[in-house]
Design a protein. Sequence first.
Length: 158
Amino acid sequence: MKLTRIAVLTLLASSAAFAQLPSVKFLTLDVALAIAQEAMAKCHADGYKVTVRVVDSSNVLKAFLRDDGTPRSNVEFARMKATTAVTYGRPSGPPANLPPGAPVPPPAIPGTTNGAGGVPIKVGDQLIGAIGVRGAPGGDKDAPCANFALTKLADRMK
């Protein structure tokens, strides 16, 4: 009987040693601010005044930059682009299966958009946030600013 108790206790102790909490990455304030600044700098270099919004994986604001003279609508569209990217875990933009020339449908979820310029921020497969950029003449020009920032800061997001 005593041997059985020792065996059970040993088994429980060994399985407890292997039970670990998962490693979770998160978007820090300094990285979020650096992402926003790099996206803004890239758009400036391309000649665009933009608004940049960076959110964490819960879609809570981490960093926000609004260039001088940008319209109020940029604030709302940057929010919607970041919300889309963090909600779906993919870049914002028209549905991938949309036939060429077809009109872009309205977004399925209120507060999201089918406009390009929202990009998820990931570490491996783990979504840690998103960036939304608005202000260049077209989302096809907003998205490269966001992607530039994420590429430039990839070494800080490991």
